[in-house]
Design a protein around this ligand. Structure first.
Ligand code: NDP
Length: 334
């Protein structure tokens, strides 16, 4: 079997360090699937990426055919089948949103252009670096020859956080849950939705009502505990751990690509994919939704009813995505 070329940007960072070894061990593409790693870093990050590469060598992974490190996107993405865009400009103290978007446009625009020029014909891209949805929009806009459906932003960590919180509240195994969804932006406005979820085949809303003493108590728990807990989990991890989540973000990125390339059967997961207008989300935005994969692309699960509460929450998150898109447009980036 030919090796799949996987390019990881920001490979010298925390998430990169948690990501590379599992990819090389076969956790993402499969236990029989050889992989070639390309690590992209900015010059200040190269030493850290080189250190990770030395450790990768010391693992003697049977599936890892080679590792290349570079600060040139055209080298990093040459022949890439999968690109995991992790490196991004973090929000500095006092930084306005427009400054953050401009800084990231300077990263994701050139990366999109390089992908357009040199990536393999079957390239799939997942954006992890924040603001992930809009960074995906910027990269896709700079890659006019790559279908926009090949890009996605990661909301799988939000999805997994929602599963875990729900499992804990219901005292049920994670594996017994189906139909959880994350809608909108990968930000505090995201909408973790359990309206269509089931636990061991039974509606989650019924199970929560039984557990918590009625439908009103279940609705309050969802609004006052569940949604803020999931949406604010990143900040909670930082306050407890002293630095942002890395292993769980890496795990989610691996699960995203795994499910994309292996397919999900009829199971849902969540990803921020190119909108074609589904659920009233303006076409062209990268907005999270429940998705399935047939092994080639994620597709939005259609035909779900959003109640007034869900509609209002999705509208708030989409308004934020529209504002980010408009700010990037005003910068002349897209
Ligand atoms: P991390 O590896 O911890 O995070 C990288 C990015 O992932 C950040 O934008 C971070 O956003 C984002 N992210 C998305 N979801 C999550 C999540 N759930 N938890 C935590 N982070 C999340 O950052 P490091 O600073 O350790 O490493 C970044 C590396 O990227 C550095 O080595 C730097 O040199 C490199 N870099 C590379 C570039 C390139 O290749 N061209 C460009 C810019 C940087 P948030 O900040 O919001 O937490």
């Amino acid at each position: 079997m030919d090796a799949t070329t996987v390019t990881v940007t920001g490979a010298g960072g925390q998430i990169g360090y948690a990501l590379l070894f599992r990819i090389a061990a076969g956790a993402m593409l499969g236990p029989d699937h050889p992989v070639r790693l390309r690590l992209l870093e900015i010059p200040q990050g190269l030493k850290s990426a080189e250190g990770a590469a030395l450790e990768l060598q010391d693992c003697a992974f049977p599936l890892l055919t080679d590792v290349e490190i570079t600060d040139d996107p055209r080298v990093a993405f040459d022949g890439a089948n999968i690109a995991m865009l992790v490196g991004a400009r973090p929000r500095g103290a006092g930084m306005e949103r427009a400054d953050l978007l401009a800084a990231n446009a300077g990263i994701f625009g050139p990366q999109g252009a390089a992908l357009n020029e040199v990536a393999a014909a079957d390239i799939r891209v997942v954006v992890v670096g924040n603001p992930a949805n809009t960074n995906a929009l910027i990269a896709a806009a700079a890659a006019p020859d790559i279908p926009g459906e090949r890009f996605a932003a990661l909301t799988r960590l939000d999805h997994d956080r929602a599963l875990a919180q729900l499992a804990a509240a219901l005292e049920a195994p994670v594996a017994s849950l189906r139909g959880v969804a994350i809608w909108g932006n990968h930000s505090a406005t995201q909408f973790p939705d359990v309206a269509h979820a089931s636990v061991e085949g039974r509606p989650v809303l019924d199970a929560l009502a039984e557990k918590l003493g009625g439908a009103d108590a279940a609705a309050s728990w969802l609004d006052d505990v569940f949604v803020p807990r999931v949406a604010g989990r990143g900040a909670e991890i930082i306050s407890v751990r002293g630095s942002s989540s890395a292993a769980s973000a890496a795990n989610a990125a691996i699960s995203h690509v795994h499910d994309l390339v292996h397919g999900t059967a009829n199971e849902w997961t969540s990803a921020a994919v190119l909108s074609h207008g589904e659920y009233g989300v303006p076409a062209g935005l990268y907005s999270s939704a429940p998705v399935t994969s047939d092994g080639t692309a994620f597709r939005v699960v259609e035909g779900l009813d959003l109640d007034a509460r869900g509609r209002a929450r999705l509208d708030v998150s989409v308004a934020e995505l529209v504002a980010e898109r408009d700010a990037v447009r005003a910068l002349g980036v897209i």
